[in-house]
Design a protein around this ligand. Structure first.
Ligand SMILES: Cc1cc2nc3c(=O)[nH]c(=O)nc-3n(C[C@H](O)[C@H](O)[C@H](O)COP(=O)(O)OP(=O)(O)OC[C@H]3O[C@@H](n4cnc5c(N)ncnc54)[C@H](O)[C@@H]3O)c2cc1C
Ligand code: FES
Ligand code: FES
Length: 501
């Protein structure tokens, strides 16, 4: 029997556009380029790395229009059903170029031009979202998922800073917020196909999600598709049926409790990280090193945890913070849940205890306690948009210089993210000193036997484990947080070097 595919509806330039017969695994980039002939959006890596395929998406979020940059190459098109999408073709008006484009022209921000539509879309999102002038640091953050191989970043960052000073056409704004919002709110998207024809399910409530999961355990579960999208583009997997949980209202919430915060599994990484960084500002830099902004806008904390990569970045941190996960399912018409410490979720390489009818629903993260000393270290070849060779998170609670509680998470050292149980035991009840930090480093080296791969050798990884304890000791003693990734630090270092010359 010929499969029945769904019609995708996108809001484009104030009008609903229908794309018939879209298979569940067709990407947004394929739809834009091949079905809608919008070839301004480019395919570079087809893996979420380069940002050439960046588009701006808009969804109604209460009475606000939320605009984000995402990679269209790894997002199933049907995930965007009923949402607004702007591509580089939409920026220019009769009155001239969009400030993001004009600034790129004036600053000579493009050479071969292949990456340029992606940069321009990331800049356009920044321009539309931000009222005031753009700083270089904000521009760098916004462009963290865009790579350019020939122009160099200086002129592009100049363009980002310049764009707010350029005139905007007042007669034809790129986004008519009110009109777009009202279209989106009446939008014809979710659940409009009859259930037996639907192959890409976008449930909007938790009971609906759990019921679908129970009745269709063979369907591919997707959240932001920043892992699953690569199975489509790189491994050529095709899914007959998909359950996409990115619209489940309950799972899009962050709930604040006296002793912990509960983050819904559909909350995008960027939002989850903002919540965690607000409680523990020391983590801000660590979070900005997770992929690029487009991936953090689409990917979820739940997806990172459920995917269970041994080099995933959030798990070592969440293990150190003592996070628990809540798993839910619909069983005989009743919602059931169970809660486990995060490290107990994993049973082997990318294997976990989730049953076929279960979903990971919540991540519960304890709030900071007085006396907490915390650091998370990601060791990778590039600052951003790169995968860890090793990731270590250390949380000590000290009372009168005695370690009353030690909690240590590690990634890149075994087949699953790990709690460093033996290392914690070495620290417990001891006076915090450089000797103890050294002992902890040696204990961690003894506890794990990392492998060699293309990112790092086993020996390098092992040495790093001890070195990070040395760094943690120095930082705990007030040595400035010397982080070469920090622009201000780089600036002051370069000033010191220049003064010395
Ligand atoms: C360019 C690029 C850079 C990246 N950089 C990093 C990085 O620096 N650090 C890092 O850790 N990761 C990185 N990743 C990996 C990825 O972005 C993260 O793992 C992300 O958090 C996955 O979330 P998602 O919502 O996109 O998951 P999806 O791709 O939608 O799903 C991933 C897996 O989890 C399952 N799943 C998702 N949600 C649930 C749920 N609620 N319950 C049960 N199962 C679920 C899916 O079935 C699937 O098996 C990168 C990816 C790309 C493309
Ligand atoms: S084509 Fe490279 S991120 Fe999409
Ligand atoms: S202009 Fe050529 S890759 Fe950026």
């Amino acid at each position: 029997m010929k499969p029945v595919f769904q019609t995708l509806r996108l809001l484009r330039q104030g009008q609903w556009v229908n794309v018939p017969d879209v298979p569940p695994s067709r990407t947004l980039l394929q739809v834009l380029r091949e079905d809608l002939n919008l070839t301004g959006t480019k395919e570079g890596c087809a893996g979420g790395d380069c940002g050439a395929c960046t588009v701006m998406v808009g969804q109604a979020c209460g009475d606000q229009l939320e605009l984000k940059a995402i990679n269209s190459c790894i997002r199933p098109a049907l995930a965007l059903d009923g949402q607004a999408v702007w591509t580089v073709e939409d920026l220019k008006t009769d009155e001239g170029l969009h400030p993001a484009q004009e600034a790129m022209v004036r600053c000579h921000g493009s050479q071969c031009g292949f990456c340029t539509p992606g940069f321009v879309m990331s800049l356009a999102v920044l321009h539309e979202n931000q009222g005031q002038a753009v700083t270089r640091e904000q521009a760098q953050e916004q462009l963290s998922g865009n790579l350019c191989r020939c122009t160099g970043y200086r002129p592009i960052l100049d363009a980002a800073v310049m764009m707010k000073s350029l005139p905007v056409s007042s007669t034809q704004p790129l986004i008519d917020q009110t009109k777009t919002l009202s279209f989106l709110k009446q939008g014809p998207c979710v659940g409009r196909q009859s259930v037996n024809k639907t192959r890409y399910h976008l449930p909007t409530s938790l009971p609906d999600l759990l019921t679908l999961r129970a009745t269709l355990p063979q369907a591919q579960l997707i959240a932001g598709a920043t892992d699953v999208g690569l199975w489509i583009t790189k491994q050529h997997q095709r899914f007959d049926e998909v359950i996409d949980l990115s619209r489940v209202t309950e799972l899009l919430r962050v709930e604040d409790y006296p002793h912990h915060v509960a983050i819904g599994a559909a909350v995008p990484l960027a939002q989850a990280f903002a919540v965690l960084a607000q409680q523990r500002p020391v983590l801000t830099n660590f979070f900005s090193r997770f992929a690029g902004l487009q991936v953090r806008n689409a990917g979820t904390l739940g997806g990172n945890i459920a995917n269970g990569s041994p080099i995933g970045d959030s798990m070592p941190l969440l293990i150190a913070l003592g996070a628990h996960v809540v798993l839910m399912r619909m069983h005989q018409g009743q919602v059931q849940h169970r809660e486990v410490p995060l490290e107990d979720l994993y049973t082997g390489y990318k294997q976990n205890i989730l049953r076929a009818d279960e979903v990971l629903a919540w991540v519960k993260v304890p709030k900071p306690k007085p006396g907490e000393s915390l650091r998370a270290y990601k060791i990778s070849k590039r600052f951003e948009d790169d995968i860890s060779a090793v990731c270590v998170a250390i949380k000590l609670e000290l009372q009168d210089s005695v370690v009353i509680s030690a909690s240590v998470g590690a990634g890149g050292v075994a087949a699953t993210p790990q709690r460093a149980v033996q290392t914690q035991a070495v620290l417990q009840g001891q006076v915090w000193s450089s000797t103890l930090a050294q002992a902890a480093g040696l204990a961690m080296q003894a506890e794990f036997s990392p492998l060699s791969d293309l990112r790092a050798s086993a020996d390098y990884r092992s040495q790093i484990l001890a070195r990070l304890w040395q760094r943690f000791w120095l930082e705990s003693q007030g040595t400035p947080h010397l982080d070469l990734s920090d622009l201000h630090t780089l600036q002051s270092l370069s000033n010191i070097t220049q003064a010395a010359l």
